[in-house]
Design a protein around this ligand. Sequence first.
Ligand code: 13P
Ligand code: SF4
Length: 308
Amino acid sequence: MTPQELEDGILKLKKDLNAVILAHYYQESEIQDLADFVGDSLELSRKAVSTTADVIVFCGVHFMAETAKILNPQKPVLLPDLLAGCSLSDGCPPNAFKKFREDHPNHLAITYINCSAEVKALSDIICTSSNAEKIVNQIPIDQPILFSPDKNLGAYINKKTGRNMLLWNGSCIVHETFSERKLIGLQLEHPDAELIAHPECEDHILARAKFIGSTSALLKYVQTSLNNKFIVGTEYGIVHQMEKSTTGKTFLPLPPEENCACNECPHMKRNTLEKLYLCMKNMNPQIEMSSDLLTRARKPIERMLAMS
Ligand code: 13P
Ligand code: SF4
């Protein structure tokens, strides 16, 4: 099928199924353009709660679609490619996380949404990059906290809140590849460009950033900033919305150390227009999990939604 036939087919299936297509900013631009809503992890979770559609088609990675299913256990949630994972989630297996908790029985577990449903079920409160600081600030100062699985986001929140949360040793394969050496070169070449970065980046990159925030916060920043040139310290898919919603602004990718496309999330990019069409046509693959897991994983997500 041609890209046009795929697009037409997706739009027809969307109508026939009364489906909503939710997409993350790191999806291919043609998927973003077909989606009913494009957002960051928190906004996508909220949309999953508020949608009146019968079917949720989630164009993102597995933990995001899983969260939509946990919040909508009665609705089918489709993910174009079930293998669209996340290095943070993969680096935090439930058994090891359970042991981490058992070793620190007095600690509260605040866990980044980039984790499996099993790890969510073992956590007290979930957070995203856009509400982590707000949630941590609501916890009494004498309450020790375990923060998992992203050590970079955890260290950033420790700095912002003055806490000393114990951090799980995990990181994102995309955000840890950015090169400080190449960043300095780019800044010398473009002294008028501001670095904006996602808090999953390492501290030496964040230290040079003019603005740090979730994907949605980065997008809002470039839309409202008086500056016209930005070095973008996150997955480059977000530049599609940055370019679409601004005029005359330049967005430079923050290069990885190697000469590779490592600033693209290989998991996010597993979803293609063709797989999107096929999952809607076949109502497969769908996110499935036991009702016990759904119930246990739901509580810490609901706590997050109530606290943010
Ligand atoms: P956001 O919640 O900021 O969209 O981040 C999700 C993510 O996976 C970043 O790598
Ligand atoms: Fe996970 Fe990193 Fe991809 Fe985000 S960019 S989904 S944190 S691997």
